[in-house]
Design a protein around this ligand. Structure first.
Ligand code: PLP
Length: 418
């Protein structure tokens, strides 16, 4: 794939967008007679041909179960599957691939932590701290844990601008705080949170830290050692990989000390009716046949991302986000929700006098795919006094023309509702 140099910006790079876009079959279509303008990458990204071919190749050429077979196909599948673990470790700058557990997605990864070490560490009277802008996947598992253990869920508040208010962090994190679980980037309003600062404060008080990186891994370089977190979760399908693939990274010593959560094949060393002994990490947490094709597809997705480079992807998307904010600000009746210090991935807005669902439906008629709703962040919607917003979110294949199409389509919505 080509990457063109920006001559006017020293050290900068820009994408060869035409080539990038040509790699995504799903983008090459018309919706209701209009070219598809896909602005819903925060929900799931489109998949490049290399990912589709990697999955197809597994099913056509070496379809077999992993870890168990001694035949050639099984050895090939196992090697491919395990190689993706190395790729994920490299992506997260994790020193040991054994600290990478494959899950079905971010949701399963967070539930795994809550139901294993969460149950061990959180007891009656303890506290779990999250933030006001979490996705439900980083609220409900902790709420369930707190209810079960008699603990309290506390929340870092959010400012009118859509930034977390960290001034009172010392009051929010105490010796009672056992777990701090924070989203890196808000899927609903695009805020990039200062998670390093939060992790630092949590560690000082001896709390475990969990990062929901579902919306950051697709857009920026992550270094788990530098962040200093204990666990980090992301979903393959938001980073150009298949649905059904996801990752929980955890500190090796913690994973080794944790009890497994699901029992079954592949996670054991020996089984008798009297006693079962467990496999080493990470297999201890991967009971049953995983979604092998999805993991192999995730490997191809990470190759795709690496070939372009996350710095180039971030720079490209930032340019588009800035352009979109500027252009949406020019549209009368549009109110952008949240003006965070740093934004990635998404912009949320409302249009005066028109329900977000109606806006989304009419935009779809124009071929513009956005998300309208609460974005699985109902408490954040409530914080802003809203029940829903319209969200435009970007990926590596998004282009300036997409922003123009969005603005034109909103103008048409306004004409209809005038
Ligand atoms: N966390 C965030 C910030 C998200 O945006 C999402 C999905 O939208 C999730 C968690 C849940 O991801 P999944 O449904 O892939 O498990």
């Amino acid at each position: 794939m080509n990457r063109q140099s920006h001559t006017d910006e020293p050290g900068g790079t820009s994408l060869d967008l035409a080539t990038v876009r040509s790699l995504f079959p799903c983008l090459q279509q018309q919706i209701h007679g209009n070219p598809l303008v896909y602005l819903d990458s925060a929900a799931t990204t489109q998949k490049p041909i290399s990912v589709l071919e990697a999955m197809d190749g597994y099913y056509r050429e070496y379809c077999s179960n992993i870890h168990r077979g001694i035949h050639t196909l099984s050895e090939r599948a196992t090697a491919k599957y395990e190689d993706v673990r190395n790729k994920v470790a490299a992506l997260l700058r994790a020193p040991d691939p054994r600290s990478v557990v494959f899950t079905s997605g971010t949701t399963e990864a967070i539930n795994l932590v809550a139901r294993t070490i969460g149950r061990e560490r959180v007891g009656s009277g303890d506290e779990v701290l999250i933030s006001a802008m979490e996705h439900h996947a980083n609220i409900v598992p902790w709420q369930m844990l707190c209810e079960e253990q008699g603990a309290t869920l506390r929340v870092i508040p959010c400012s009118d601008e859509g930034d977390l208010i960290l001034d009172d962090l010392v009051d929010l994190i105490s010796e009672k705080t056992r777990i701090v679980a924070i989203g890196h980037v808000s899927n609903a309003i695009g805020t990039v949170n200062d998670i390093k600062r939060i992790i630092h404060s949590a560690r000082e008080m001896g709390a475990l830290t969990v990062v929901d990186a579902a919306q950051s891994v697709p857009h920026m370089n992550i270094d788990v050692e530098d962040l200093g977190c204990d666990f980090l979760a992301f979903s393959g399908h938001k980073v150009y990989g298949p649905t059904g693939s996801g990752v929980l990274w955890g500190r090796l010593e913690l994973l080794e000390a944790m009890k497994p959560w699901q029992g079954g094949g592949d996670m054991i060393r020996t089984v008798s009716f009297e006693k079962t002994t467990y496999a080493d990490v990470p297999l201890k947490f991967e009971a049953g046949t995983p979604d092998i094709a999805a993991v192999i597809g995730l490997g191809a997705a990470l190759d795709f991302v690496n070939e372009i480079g996350l710095d180039a992807i971030y720079a490209h998307e930032k340019e588009l986000l800035d352009e979109a904010v500027a252009k949406l600000d020019q549209v009368s009746g549009v109110q952008i929700v949240g003006r965070p210090n740093q934004r990635a991935s998404s912009i949320s807005f409302v249009l005066d006098g028109v329900h977000p669902h109606d806006v989304g439906t009419i935009l779809d008629q124009k071929g513009v795919a956005v998300r309208a709703g609460h974005h699985c962040a109902m408490p954040l919607m409530k914080r802003f006094g809203l029940v829903a917003t319209i969200r435009a979110s970007f990926g590596v294949y998004s282009e300036s023309e997409d922003v123009d199409s969005l603005v034109e389509a909103i103008d048409e919505v306004k004409v209809i509702f005038r």
